[in-house]
Design a protein around this ligand. Structure first.
Ligand SMILES: NC(=O)c1ccc[n+]([C@@H]2O[C@H](COP(=O)([O-])OP(=O)(O)OC[C@H]3O[C@@H](n4cnc5c(N)ncnc54)[C@H](OP(=O)(O)O)[C@@H]3O)[C@@H](O)[C@H]2O)c1
Length: 301
C-alpha cells in the first residue's frame, strides 16, 4: 500500500508519521515539498506518487487570522482538499481528512453527532466545512475525522500556552464557559492508522465505512477546569510553576475580544466511531497526564 501523508510537521501530522509507517510505503510531505496554496503542484504530487491512501493533516489553522485572509484559508481548507478528493477518486484511493467542532455553532446543549446541522461561526469553520463537502460530493472513498481541542508537545496549543503562563505569572484568567474534550494528536493518529488498516483489509468495512466520524477523548471539561488540572499536575511533577491554584480565575469567553467567534460547546459524540470500529476511547485526563510526563522528562542530550 502506498500512503501519501500531507502536513507531516503539524501536531497530528507528526504523530501520523509514526502510526502510518507500518501500514505501507509512506511518503510524508511538509509545506516545503507541497504547498497547498499551489493547486496544480498538489495535483501533480498525487499523480506522481499514485497513492492508495492520501492522508491530509495539513490545514490553515490560524483561526483568528482567517477572518482577515479568507481567500488563503479557503485555498488550503477547501480548494486544495477538493483537488485531493478529485485525484483520490481517479485513483480509487482512500482520502483521510481532518475537520473540527468549529463547523458547529456550539448552541446545542448536548454533544454534537455527525448528522447535526453544521452552522460555522467563523471563516475557519466555514472553510473546513466547505472542505468536508468538497470531499463528500467528489464521490471518493473518505474518512473525515472531526476532532476538537487538539494538543501535543509539538506545536502551538492551549496546554503549552497555559503552562508557559503558569511558570511566568502570579495569576491567570481562563475561560470557564466553553466546554469540550481535550484530544491528543497521538490518539487521533493511532485511531487513524487503525481505521485505515480496517478499511483497507476488512472486507466487511470496505467502502461502507466511508463517511464522517467524530473522534474525541471521552469526558467533558471547560478550559478553566482543564487549566487547573494541568497546572496541578505540572506542580506535582516538578515544573517550576509560579501561579497558586487559587490564583487561576474563571472568566467568560465574552470578556475576550478575538478575531473569530468560537463555539461555546465543542463537545463531539464519538459513538458512531466506537460502534462501527469497536474502539474504546480513553478519558481526556489520561493523555493530558502523559503530555505533562513527557514535558518533565529529563532530556538525555
Ligand atoms: N488544533 C486543533 O485544536 C484542532 C481541532 C480540531 C480539528 N483540527 C484539525 O486537525 C487537523 C490537524 O490539526 P493540527 O492541530 O495538527 O494543525 P497544525 O499543528 O496547525 O498543523 C497544520 C499543518 O498544516 C501545514 N500547512 C498549513 N498551510 C499549508 C500550506 N499552504 N501548504 C502545506 N502545508 C500547510 C502547516 O505547515 P507549517 O508547519 O509549515 O506551518 C502545519 O504543518 C487540521 O485539519 C485541523 O483543522 C485541529
Amino acid at each position: 500500500m502506498r500512503i501519501l501523508l500531507i502536513g507531516k510537521d503539524g501536531q497530528v501530522g507528526w504523530e501520523l508519521q509514526r502510526t502510518l509507517s507500518p501500514l505501507g510505503k509512506l511518503l510524508s510531505l511538509g509545506r516545503q515539498e507541497v504547498d497547498l496554496t499551489e493547486l496544480e503542484a498538489v495535483r501533480s504530487c498525487v499523480r506522481l506518487y499514485r497513492p492508495n491512501v492520501i492522508v491530509n493533516s495539513a490545514a490553515y489553522t490560524a483561526v483568528d487570522k482567517a477572518e482577515i485572509e479568507p481567500d488563503k484559508a479557503r485555498l488550503v481548507n477547501e480548494l486544495a482538499v477538493q483537488v485531493l478528493a478529485e485525484e483520490a477518486l481517479k485513483l480509487d484511493a482512500w482520502l483521510v481528512h481532518y475537520s473540527t467542532d468549529y463547523v458547529f455553532d456550539g448552541r446545542k446543549q448536548a454533544a454534537y453527532v455527525e448528522s447535526d446541522q453544521a452552522l460555522p461561526l467563523s471563516i475557519y469553520g466555514l472553510t473546513k466545512l466547505d472542505g468536508e463537502n468538497a470531499i463528500r460530493h467528489s464521490g471518493c472513498k473518505h474518512l473525515i475525522l472531526r476532532s476538537s481541542w487538539v494538543y501535543s508537545i509539538h506545536g502551538a496549543n492551549f496546554p503549552l500556552a497555559i503552562l508557559r503562563r503558569a511558570i511566568e505569572m502570579d495569576q491567570i484568567d481562563v475561560v470557564s464557559d466553553s466546554f469540550g474534550a481535550p484530544t491528543s494528536a497521538s490518539l487521533i493518529a493511532d485511531i487513524t492508522a487503525q481505521m485505515l488498516y480496517r478499511v483497507t483489509w476488512d472486507q466487511l468495512l470496505k467502502e461502507s465505512a466511508s463517511g464522517i466520524y467524530h473522534l474525541v477523548a471521552t469526558g467533558r471539561t471547560s478550559w478553566y477546569e482543564y487549566a487547573k488540572y494541568l497546572v496541578g499536575l505540572a506542580k506535582k511533577k516538578g515544573l517550576p510553576v509560579k501561579v497558586a491554584s487559587n490564583k487561576i480565575f474563571p472568566v467568560s469567553a465574552d470578556t475576550y475580544k478575538t478575531g473569530a467567534v468560537r463555539p461555546k460547546n465543542s463537545m463531539l459524540d464519538s459513538k458512531k466511531l466506537c460502534s462501527e470500529f469497536g474502539f474504546v476511547l480513553p478519558e481526556w485526563k489520561i493523555d493530558v497526564e502523559r503530555f505533562v510526563n513527557e514535558l518533565v522528562m529529563p532530556k538525555p542530550l
